[in-house]
Design a binder for this molecule. Structure first.
Ligand SMILES: Cc1cc2nc3c(=O)[nH]c(=O)nc-3n(C[C@H](O)[C@H](O)[C@H](O)COP(=O)(O)OP(=O)(O)OC[C@H]3O[C@@H](n4cnc5c(N)ncnc54)[C@H](O)[C@@H]3O)c2cc1C
Ligand code: FES
Length: 271
């Protein structure tokens, strides 16, 4: 087996892919919270992706083909090799017993949630998961989600699976039902994490958000992933990606993350 070789490629129901990649060096040092920067082919863009599973030999990633580079990765097949995989990067989660942890995941955000639920289960936390997606087709990794949860709530925008409505509705319902939540972890689109954070602030529940900012080097050098955090400048790649949601200025971050939108469209069409 060659370094960075794709051992397995699996299409998930929402059109995203799970890749199992051989790289013992990265795998042995990985933990929940870490991510890798992958380069599909020589000269390709550097793309940050969360490490979902880690063993002594391989890691797995789940990738949603939303733009040029993520589509390029999804064209790779079993036995192909990634040109480069850098990592593990980012801070590992601080694993301790909080009591009851509520995970609020949106869409592909379920992939980074899986390793966190697995590790927090080992420290005897009660795990509740609210997973939201636009429809039932986009609810993925159900088997893995069931494995680590005490209560698993699905929400879809169109009501085709689970509860109809937004994750924040289910979250409010759960908290108001009297369930004592000691900590919240939210991973998904920035706009969803902003609303989860606003809501949890009202109930004074400490909340962690995993920031999927635009990243280049992933080592704190380029400034691309800059975040306004409690009035200071922080970098999601080295100070996160998991950070205290109540200290993040999501409005500034939403504007910064949209800054290459027109260019991405042009490039996507050209290529
Ligand atoms: C720490 C971290 C972990 C991540 N983990 C995963 C993962 O496990 N699986 C996964 O599928 N994706 C993950 N992402 C997001 C992934 O890196 C982006 O989707 C990818 O860089 C987009 O590249 P592209 O060229 O395909 O799309 P582009 O053409 O660059 O962008 C297509 C669209 O996506 C938006 N976009 C670009 N970058 C991001 C971003 N970082 N986050 C959200 N929207 C973005 C653009 O504004 C545009 O609307 C992660 C990002 C970070 C920072
Ligand atoms: S990606 Fe360059 S500083 Fe974080």
């Amino acid at each position: 087996m060659k370094k960075n070789e794709i051992m397995e490629k699996k299409k998930l129901s929402d059109g995203s892919y799970l890749f199992k990649i051989y790289n013992p060096e990265v795998a042995k040092n990985s933990y929940a919270g870490n991510f890798v920067i992958v380069i599909a082919k020589d000269g390709s863009e550097r793309i940050p992706l969360t490490i979902m599973e880690y063993t002594d030999e391989w890691i797995s990633i789940v990738i949603q083909p939303i733009g040029f580079s993520t589509k390029e990765i999804c064209f790779l097949e079993e036995k192909d090799c990634f040109s480069g995989i850098m990592g593990p990067l980012g801070k590992k989660i601080e694993n301790k017993k909080y009591g009851t942890i509520l995970f609020v995941a949106g869409g592909i955000g379920i992939a980074p949630v899986i390793p966190q639920m697995m590790e927090f289960k080992k420290t005897d936390n009660k795990i509740i998961l609210i997973h939201g997606a636009r429809d039932g087709e986009h609810i993925i990794l159900e088997k893995e989600s069931k494995k680590y949860t005490d209560n698993y709530i699905i929400c879809t925008d169109d009501g085709s699976m689970g509860k109809k409505g937004l994750v924040t509705n289910a979250m409010k319902e759960l908290i108001e039902s009297g369930e004592k939540i000691d900590h919240i972890v939210t991973i998904g689109p920035l706009i969803m994490m902003k609303f989860v954070s606003d809501l949890s602030k009202n109930y004074s529940i400490p909340t962690t958000a995993s920031l999927n900012t635009i990243m280049l080097d992933g080592t704190g050098m380029c400034g691309s992933c800059r975040v306004e955090y409690d009035g200071e400048v922080k970098f999601a790649c080295v100070d996160g990606p998991d950070m205290d949601a109540h200290k993040i200025n999501f409005d500034v971050l939403l504007r910064r993350n949209a800054r290459f939108k027109s260019l991405e469209l042009v490039n996507g069409e050209k290529k």
